[in-house]
Design a protein around this ligand. Sequence first.
Ligand SMILES: Nc1ncnc2c1ncn2[C@@H]1O[C@H](COP(=O)(O)OP(=O)(O)OP(=O)(O)O)[C@@H](O)[C@H]1O
Length: 304
Amino acid sequence: MSSNATPSSKPVKSVDLHVGDAAPGCKKNDPILIADGVRRTFGGLTAVDVDHVEIPRGAITALIGPNGAGKTTFFNLLTGFDKPDAGSWTFDGTSLAHVPAYRVARMGLIRTFQLTKSLALLSVMDNMKLGATGQTGENMFRALLPVLWRKQDQEIEARAVELLTRFKLDAKRNDYAASLSGGQRKLLEMARALMSEPTLVMLDEPMAGVNPALTQSLLDHILGLKEQGMTVLFVEHDMHMVRHIADWVIVMAEGRVVAEGDPHTVMQNPAVIDAYLGQHHDSDLGSSDADNVEAMKELLDDDK
Ligand SMILES: Nc1ncnc2c1ncn2[C@@H]1O[C@H](COP(=O)(O)OP(=O)(O)OP(=O)(O)O)[C@@H](O)[C@H]1O
């Protein structure tokens, strides 16, 4: 499915991100995240089996692949929301294996979810405050000094207001998150992710379920993250979006990385087309296979 979404201005693409050929697992000039031998099985199914992958710093990388390729599972592993059977990975040179999700977030790696996790019965503002990490109140001794946490509370609120204004949600700050539309919830989740001033933002299907009226603003916000010096890694099925905003694309199929490159080159790669067609050349297409074929058509839809 495609939104035909385009950002309001033509993005400046980052180039020279990799070293040597743009092959699966290729080295990057300045990787922020490096994963080695990351494997996750569910019973007899190998959901993720990534030999080596590097995510370039300061760029926007799209992680694409057909349904069931292992993208979300890989996100869950990298961010401490799931545990691998094997493997190691580093973020900014620090090993993240066995680090729980809340500590990964404090280290500057924040993710959003395919289905938004805003807490429906909390106000928009309270959702934002929950996104701030490393508060004084989390430290028992400093929490005993009200002067410290009051000042911090004001700073957190000011940052939340600034972000809500940027994301055009400030008028809704006292509303329950439950009252927001699907697209507004996606914006809230992104705004909340920024409360902790992350260095790497991982977005799982940021465009899914977003009303066309909000797609452009979401794209502009994602581009804005890069302009502010953050690294973005996102999972997305919308190939128009991938083509327009991604500097680099990593393709997964059946748990493995099968291709990497700039969007234009990757989308012409026969291995990628094969991955989307999968093993279903000769059989009837189920609905998720039909989605994959739709995505493949979008892949082949040349740059406008
Ligand atoms: N908790 C789980 N228990 C059992 N199998 C799982 C679990 N989570 C994921 N899987 C399986 O692992 C494989 C990879 O799933 P995953 O959701 O990571 O793929 P994906 O590439 O994100 O797919 P989509 O694009 O449809 O979201 C699928 O076959 C899925 O059914």
